[in-house]
Design a protein around this ligand. Structure first.
Ligand code: ZN
Length: 708
């Protein structure tokens, strides 16, 4: 019976219709043309060569870089009732003989081979005895040295055209810039250089976020995983050691997880692989050795614990999420420390051209990570594809109007310290000087005599690190090969106050512990109201097929339940409600809130937030505790802050109207003071005029009398 492509598509592959671009490629192959298809992972590349294989006379030779990949393909085809074989170093002599026999008598339609086999004279001679329908080349970006996974064996594939000039070549890859694309077509000696079909880079079912990593990132990861209970995902780390330690940590959190890296014994590695593929475990913590060719469509999330080396690698690795087209989430945690480490790896590359290319690629992904514009748009743009902002599928689009903090003053202190220490030191040392550390190295260098010594001690060490990172991000500072910080022209402009420096306020959060505390303790709410808001959120999530927390996070709902906003203006003041979300969901939430206010249960009276100015989380955390009627002593303990810091918070909160002045008095009345000392200070104030001057005299007194 004559079969056409549509019947095959339905009966053998189980699809009613071709996905975008598939049919165009199938037609070109059937037409015996050379064709290059660039289609993101999950776009359905393999169908493009499997279907024509069944419609054409002869066998299809599929070139594939990895044994595991070939095995998966052979299994998958067998399941569809299509006979195929692989010829690799894994087969015994007898198996190879059998495979050759099957190929010669037409019993199989596809043969999978590694590229190096095609350099074997004997094998090439064998191929000439077959009727070859076409060559399919998977992971074709490996052909190009401009790609991220260049393989010398792939370079030799150019010889296919010289040996088989009449046979068409279909090449496939998930990622290729225009430069790589041209290189592939040239190297493979396509008869027509314009037979290139490019799919959209944009994967609209992936939600992308990128965050600066706090410490080892474990807390951020746990927060992320809370939204993915019982779902499968991959977590990529930089080193083998990290995969093991992170996997051990996640196990202690009760998660079903395994580590995977190239250094594991083969058996253990295979076990981990099959456990993951068969859903025996939920999470694979892996180095980049894992995942190429993994044919698992229900991966719901991919996390990068460190920054990948290139945009290509990042896009390919994150692309393993959501291949079934269902909503999935990817998260990248970056730190400037990673960039330093990767930079040192690159410094070891001997070939100058490759080394420069590697630096260039690293710099591009750094820009991406730090960028505040649409992630999907940036990725598309990188791969020479254009798209408008995604609006809803990335962190930057969802939070376009995030609060920013001006850190120009701290930036100047940091940069002056780099300057005063003659641009000879790294970040840790600079922070030591800023904080007035008694570190031996600082004292031996005589840096305690600099005017900048200790000028930064009102700011914590962790915050100084964030500020230093921000200065690296915006290229006010660069790092030389000895890890010393150097000032750029841009730094000079900041120092001269010609440029200001700001940062997303949330990046100033010193550790996620505080953030979690705030989430739990911030506002007292009526549980019924909160439940009603959550129900509406679930309803919208179902309608839009989106994770609920992407619509509004719990913090936003808690604030809504507490403040009961009754206008768009007030709703906008809720944390996490931006203009876009207001437009999309505002009416529904306001309508619901209106009914809650008039409902027969006791609703709290709607409060307006006293100021539009959003508070730094550290004040919010203190405020939450004050609202819970905690004592000052307890607040100090719980926040792990000094008494004077907590008192300064109370003053700030009272001054901006977050707490009543009577409340301040009430709190201050409980602070123990030493009457004698207070008396001396009052006297001193009368004499010298200001607290600063008393500080100054105290410091001199300390030094003259050598009191620590
Ligand atoms: Zn976006």
């Amino acid at each position: 019976m004559f079969k056409n492509k549509y019947q095959l598509l339905q009966n053998t592959f189980g699809f009613d219709a071709f996905r975008p671009l598939q049919e165009a490629v199938v037609d070109k192959i059937l037409n015996r043309e050379d064709v290059l298809l660039i289609l993101p992972t999950g776009g359905g590349k393999s169908l493009c060569y499997q279907l024509p294989a069944l419609l054409m006379e002869g066998v299809v030779v599929v070139v594939s870089p990895l044994l595991a990949l070939m095995q998966d393909q052979v299994h998958g085809l067998t399941a569809k009732g299509i006979r195929s074989v692989m010829m690799s170093s894994m087969q015994s002599g007898e198996e190879i003989w059998q495979a050759q026999n099957d190929l010669q008598n037409g019993a199989v339609k596809l043969v999978f081979v590694a590229p190096e086999r095609l350099q074997n004279e004997q094998f090439l001679n064998f191929l000439t005895t077959l009727n070859i329908a076409f060559f399919a080349i998977d992971e074709a970006h490996c052909v190009s040295e401009w790609g991220h996974e260049f393989r010398a064996d792939y370079r030799q594939l150019g010889l296919l055209k010289s040996h088989f000039p009449e046979v068409g070549i279909a090449a496939f890859t998930a990622t290729a810039t225009t430069q790589v694309e041209k290189d592939i077509v040239n190297q493979l000696q396509f008869s027509r250089s314009d037979n290139i079909i490019r799919g959209k880079i944009y994967r609209d079912n992936l939600f992308i976020s990128v965050q600066s990593r706090q410490g080892n990132g474990h807390q951020q990861l746990l927060d992320f995983l809370k939204n993915h209970t019982n779902e499968q995902g991959i977590i990529y780390t930089l080193s083998r050691k990290n995969t093991e330690s992170l996997s051990a940590f996640l196990s202690t959190q009760g998660l079903k997880v395994r580590a995977y890296h190239a250094g594991l014994p083969t058996e253990e590695r295979h076990q981990a692989f099959s456990d993951f593929v068969n859903d025996e475990i939920d999470i694979m913590v892996a180095t980049i050795a894992f995942g190429m060719g993994i044919d698992k469509s229900n991966i719901r999330f991919v996390v990068h614990m460190t920054i990948p080396k290139t945009m290509e690698a990042y896009y390919q690795e994150m692309g393993r999420a959501g291949r079934d087209g269902m909503k999935s989430e990817v998260l990248l945690l970056y730190s400037t420390a990673d960039l330093g480490l990767l930079g040192r790896f690159i410094a070891d590359i001997e070939d100058e051209e490759y080394r420069n290319l590697a630096y260039h690629k690293l710099n591009l992904i750094k820009k991406y990570a730090f960028s505040e514009s649409c992630r999907h748009q940036a990725l598309s743009h990188y791969f020479d594809d254009e798209m408008p902002k995604c609006e809803t599928q990335c962190d930057n689009c969802l939070n376009p109007d995030v609060e920013r903090s001006d850190i120009s003053e701290q930036a100047k202190m940091f940069l002056s310290t780099v300057y005063r220490t003659e641009q000879n030191f790294g970040q840790v040392y600079i922070v030591d000087v800023l904080l007035g550390s008694k570190n031996k190295k600082v004292l031996n260098n005589g840096h305690q005599d600099l005017s900048v010594y200790g000028i930064g001690n009102a700011t914590s060490k962790a915050l100084w690190k964030i500020i230093g990172d921000r200065l690296l991000e915006i290229d006010a500072l660069t790092v030389n090969e000895f890890k010393a910080l150097k000032l750029t022209n841009f730094a000079m402009k900041i120092l001269k106050s010609e440029q200001t420096v700001d940062i997303r306020s949330r990046n100033l959060q010193q550790n996620t512990k505080v953030v979690t505390q705030i989430k739990q303790q911030e506002y007292a709410v009526d549980e019924k109201i909160l439940e009603a808001l959550q129900a509406l959120r679930r309803e919208i999530a179902r309608e839009e097929n989106m994770p609920a927390y992407i619509i509004f996070d719990n913090k936003a709902l808690t604030e809504m339940a507490h403040f009961l906003p009754d206008s768009e203006e007030k709703l906008l003041q809720i944390n996490g409600v931006g203009k876009i979300k207001l437009e999309k969901y505002g009416t529904r939430f306001l309508d619901l809130l209106a009914t809650l206010r008039t409902d027969d249960f006791q609703a709290p009276i709607a409060k307006t937030k006293p100021t539009t100015q959003k508070l730094h989380p550290t004040y919010q955390a203190t405020l939450a505790l004050i609202e819970q009627e905690e004592t000052i002593e307890h607040i100090c303990q719980q926040r792990d802050l000094t008494l004077s810091t907590v008192l300064s918070h109370i003053n700030k909160l009272a001054n901006i109207g977050k707490i009543e002045h009577t409340k301040r008095q009430q709190l201050f009345a409980t602070v123990p003071t030493n009457e004698t000392v207070t008396h001396w200070i009052m006297q001193g104030l009368e004499e010298v005029g200001s607290i600063e001057k008393i500080h100054h005299h105290l410091a001199i007194f300390k030094q003259l009398n050598q009191i620590d």
